[in-house]
Ligand binder design. Structure first.
Ligand SMILES: Cc1cc2nc3c(=O)[nH]c(=O)nc-3n(C[C@H](O)[C@H](O)[C@H](O)COP(=O)(O)OP(=O)(O)OC[C@H]3O[C@@H](n4cnc5c(N)ncnc54)[C@H](O)[C@@H]3O)c2cc1C
Ligand code: SF4
Length: 149
Protein backbone atom coordinates (compact mmCIF):
# COMPACT_ATOMS: atom_id res chain seq x y z
CA UNK A 1 0.00 0.00 0.00
CA UNK A 2 1.28 3.48 -0.86
CA UNK A 3 1.75 6.05 1.90
CA UNK A 4 -1.09 8.52 2.40
CA UNK A 5 -2.09 11.36 4.66
CA UNK A 6 -5.09 10.84 6.97
CA UNK A 7 -7.45 13.37 8.49
CA UNK A 8 -10.76 13.06 10.30
CA UNK A 9 -13.51 15.54 9.42
CA UNK A 10 -15.67 17.09 12.11
CA UNK A 11 -18.10 18.95 9.84
CA UNK A 12 -19.31 18.43 6.25
CA UNK A 13 -17.87 21.77 5.09
CA UNK A 14 -14.50 20.88 6.56
CA UNK A 15 -14.65 17.44 4.89
CA UNK A 16 -15.32 19.02 1.51
CA UNK A 17 -12.51 21.53 1.99
CA UNK A 18 -10.08 18.89 3.21
CA UNK A 19 -10.81 16.59 0.27
CA UNK A 20 -10.49 19.32 -2.33
CA UNK A 21 -6.81 18.60 -2.97
CA UNK A 22 -5.85 16.50 -6.00
CA UNK A 23 -6.13 12.71 -5.50
CA UNK A 24 -7.81 12.94 -2.10
CA UNK A 25 -10.62 10.52 -1.19
CA UNK A 26 -13.32 10.36 1.41
CA UNK A 27 -13.29 7.18 3.42
CA UNK A 28 -16.41 5.83 5.11
CA UNK A 29 -16.58 2.12 6.07
CA UNK A 30 -13.45 1.46 4.03
CA UNK A 31 -14.71 -1.95 2.89
CA UNK A 32 -14.12 -1.16 -0.77
CA UNK A 33 -11.53 1.60 -0.74
CA UNK A 34 -9.04 -0.19 1.51
CA UNK A 35 -9.11 -3.30 -0.70
CA UNK A 36 -8.40 -1.09 -3.71
CA UNK A 37 -5.58 0.68 -1.88
CA UNK A 38 -3.95 -2.59 -0.81
CA UNK A 39 -3.98 -3.69 -4.45
CA UNK A 40 -2.75 -0.22 -5.50
CA UNK A 41 -5.64 0.07 -7.95
CA UNK A 42 -6.51 3.28 -6.12
CA UNK A 43 -3.67 5.34 -4.66
CA UNK A 44 -5.15 8.39 -2.92
CA UNK A 45 -2.59 10.75 -1.44
CA UNK A 46 -4.99 11.81 1.29
CA UNK A 47 -7.91 10.13 3.07
CA UNK A 48 -10.59 12.24 4.70
CA UNK A 49 -12.45 10.13 7.24
CA UNK A 50 -16.12 11.14 7.29
CA UNK A 51 -17.37 8.53 9.77
CA UNK A 52 -17.77 11.01 12.65
CA UNK A 53 -20.12 13.29 10.72
CA UNK A 54 -23.79 13.37 11.71
CA UNK A 55 -25.00 11.91 8.42
CA UNK A 56 -26.58 8.65 9.54
CA UNK A 57 -30.24 9.65 9.69
CA UNK A 58 -33.17 8.09 7.85
CA UNK A 59 -36.12 10.45 7.59
CA UNK A 60 -39.36 10.73 5.68
CA UNK A 61 -39.65 13.70 3.33
CA UNK A 62 -42.74 15.87 3.04
CA UNK A 63 -43.37 14.67 -0.52
CA UNK A 64 -43.64 11.05 0.59
CA UNK A 65 -40.07 9.94 -0.02
CA UNK A 66 -37.28 8.77 2.24
CA UNK A 67 -34.00 10.62 2.81
CA UNK A 68 -31.15 8.27 3.65
CA UNK A 69 -27.98 9.75 5.12
CA UNK A 70 -24.75 8.76 3.44
CA UNK A 71 -23.40 7.16 6.65
CA UNK A 72 -26.40 4.91 7.31
CA UNK A 73 -24.93 1.42 7.34
CA UNK A 74 -26.30 -1.28 5.07
CA UNK A 75 -27.41 -3.22 8.18
CA UNK A 76 -29.28 -0.27 9.68
CA UNK A 77 -30.93 0.56 6.37
CA UNK A 78 -32.11 -3.01 5.78
CA UNK A 79 -33.49 -3.25 9.34
CA UNK A 80 -35.22 0.15 9.44
CA UNK A 81 -39.00 -0.28 10.04
CA UNK A 82 -39.90 2.26 7.35
CA UNK A 83 -37.72 0.46 4.80
CA UNK A 84 -39.09 -2.96 5.73
CA UNK A 85 -42.68 -1.66 5.54
CA UNK A 86 -42.54 0.48 2.41
CA UNK A 87 -39.34 -0.47 0.56
CA UNK A 88 -39.09 -4.24 1.16
CA UNK A 89 -37.21 -4.87 -2.06
CA UNK A 90 -34.47 -2.50 -0.92
CA UNK A 91 -34.20 -4.26 2.42
CA UNK A 92 -34.05 -7.70 0.79
CA UNK A 93 -31.55 -6.57 -1.84
CA UNK A 94 -29.19 -5.26 0.83
CA UNK A 95 -29.47 -8.46 2.86
CA UNK A 96 -28.66 -10.49 -0.25
CA UNK A 97 -25.28 -8.79 -0.55
CA UNK A 98 -21.93 -9.26 1.17
CA UNK A 99 -21.88 -10.60 4.78
CA UNK A 100 -23.20 -9.44 8.14
CA UNK A 101 -19.81 -8.06 9.17
CA UNK A 102 -19.46 -6.11 5.92
CA UNK A 103 -23.02 -4.80 6.05
CA UNK A 104 -22.42 -3.54 9.60
CA UNK A 105 -19.52 -1.46 8.33
CA UNK A 106 -20.54 -0.56 4.76
CA UNK A 107 -22.36 2.74 4.31
CA UNK A 108 -25.04 3.83 1.86
CA UNK A 109 -22.80 6.42 0.21
CA UNK A 110 -19.93 3.99 -0.07
CA UNK A 111 -22.23 1.34 -1.50
CA UNK A 112 -23.38 3.67 -4.26
CA UNK A 113 -19.85 4.89 -4.99
CA UNK A 114 -17.95 1.61 -4.75
CA UNK A 115 -16.06 0.45 -7.83
CA UNK A 116 -17.32 -2.46 -9.92
CA UNK A 117 -17.32 -5.86 -8.21
CA UNK A 118 -16.04 -7.59 -11.37
CA UNK A 119 -13.44 -10.13 -10.24
CA UNK A 120 -11.02 -9.25 -13.01
CA UNK A 121 -10.96 -5.62 -11.96
CA UNK A 122 -9.45 -6.70 -8.60
CA UNK A 123 -7.12 -9.29 -10.17
CA UNK A 124 -4.21 -7.08 -11.11
CA UNK A 125 -2.40 -9.72 -13.21
CA UNK A 126 -5.47 -9.88 -15.45
CA UNK A 127 -6.41 -7.59 -18.31
CA UNK A 128 -9.28 -5.21 -17.59
CA UNK A 129 -10.29 -2.27 -19.74
CA UNK A 130 -11.78 -0.44 -16.78
CA UNK A 131 -8.60 -0.66 -14.67
CA UNK A 132 -6.17 -0.46 -17.57
CA UNK A 133 -7.81 0.99 -20.70
CA UNK A 134 -6.96 -0.90 -23.87
CA UNK A 135 -5.75 -4.06 -22.09
CA UNK A 136 -8.85 -6.10 -22.93
CA UNK A 137 -11.79 -7.63 -21.13
CA UNK A 138 -11.60 -11.31 -20.10
CA UNK A 139 -15.33 -11.36 -19.36
CA UNK A 140 -16.14 -11.38 -23.07
CA UNK A 141 -14.68 -14.86 -23.51
CA UNK A 142 -14.13 -15.96 -19.93
CA UNK A 143 -16.11 -16.89 -16.85
CA UNK A 144 -18.88 -14.33 -16.53
CA UNK A 145 -21.81 -16.15 -14.93
CA UNK A 146 -21.76 -14.10 -11.71
CA UNK A 147 -20.70 -10.83 -13.28
CA UNK A 148 -23.97 -8.93 -13.35
CA UNK A 149 -23.24 -5.22 -13.01
C1 LIG B 1 -16.54 -9.69 0.19
C2 LIG B 1 -17.41 -8.54 -0.26
C3 LIG B 1 -18.67 -8.82 -0.79
C4 LIG B 1 -19.49 -7.76 -1.20
N1 LIG B 1 -20.72 -8.06 -1.74
C5 LIG B 1 -21.52 -7.04 -2.17
C6 LIG B 1 -22.79 -7.30 -2.74
O1 LIG B 1 -23.23 -8.45 -2.83
N2 LIG B 1 -23.53 -6.24 -3.18
C7 LIG B 1 -23.07 -4.95 -3.06
O2 LIG B 1 -23.77 -4.01 -3.46
N3 LIG B 1 -21.86 -4.69 -2.54
C8 LIG B 1 -21.10 -5.70 -2.09
N4 LIG B 1 -19.88 -5.43 -1.55
C9 LIG B 1 -19.42 -4.05 -1.55
C10 LIG B 1 -19.79 -3.32 -0.29
O3 LIG B 1 -21.19 -3.14 -0.25
C11 LIG B 1 -19.05 -1.99 -0.36
O4 LIG B 1 -17.68 -2.28 -0.14
C12 LIG B 1 -19.56 -1.00 0.64
O5 LIG B 1 -20.92 -0.71 0.47
C13 LIG B 1 -18.77 0.29 0.53
O6 LIG B 1 -19.16 1.14 1.57
P1 LIG B 1 -18.04 1.77 2.50
O7 LIG B 1 -18.73 2.69 3.43
O8 LIG B 1 -17.17 0.72 3.12
O9 LIG B 1 -17.23 2.60 1.40
P2 LIG B 1 -15.68 2.99 1.33
O10 LIG B 1 -14.88 1.77 0.98
O11 LIG B 1 -15.28 3.77 2.52
O12 LIG B 1 -15.75 3.98 0.08
C14 LIG B 1 -16.08 3.52 -1.23
C15 LIG B 1 -16.00 4.71 -2.19
O13 LIG B 1 -17.05 5.63 -1.91
C16 LIG B 1 -16.52 6.92 -1.66
N5 LIG B 1 -17.39 7.54 -0.67
C17 LIG B 1 -17.90 6.95 0.46
N6 LIG B 1 -18.75 7.80 1.08
C18 LIG B 1 -18.77 8.94 0.33
C19 LIG B 1 -19.46 10.18 0.46
N7 LIG B 1 -20.30 10.44 1.47
N8 LIG B 1 -19.24 11.12 -0.48
C20 LIG B 1 -18.40 10.89 -1.52
N9 LIG B 1 -17.72 9.73 -1.69
C21 LIG B 1 -17.90 8.77 -0.76
C22 LIG B 1 -15.10 6.70 -1.18
O14 LIG B 1 -14.26 7.82 -1.44
C23 LIG B 1 -14.70 5.50 -2.05
O15 LIG B 1 -14.34 5.93 -3.33
C24 LIG B 1 -19.04 -6.43 -1.09
C25 LIG B 1 -17.78 -6.15 -0.55
C26 LIG B 1 -16.97 -7.19 -0.15
C27 LIG B 1 -15.60 -6.88 0.42
S1 SF4 C 1 -16.23 -6.39 -17.39
FE1 SF4 C 1 -14.17 -6.36 -18.35
S2 SF4 C 1 -13.58 -4.18 -18.45
FE2 SF4 C 1 -15.33 -4.34 -17.02
S3 SF4 C 1 -14.39 -4.49 -15.01
FE3 SF4 C 1 -14.72 -6.62 -15.73
S4 SF4 C 1 -12.82 -7.21 -16.81
FE4 SF4 C 1 -12.78 -4.98 -16.50
Amino acid sequence: MKRFEYSRATAPEQAAQSASVKDASFIAGGTNLLDLMKLEIETPVKLVDITRLALAQIEKTTDGGLRIGTLVTNSDLAAHPEVIANYPVLSRAILAGATGQLRNRATTGGNLLQRTRCYYFYQTDSACNKRNPGSGCPVIRGENRTLQF
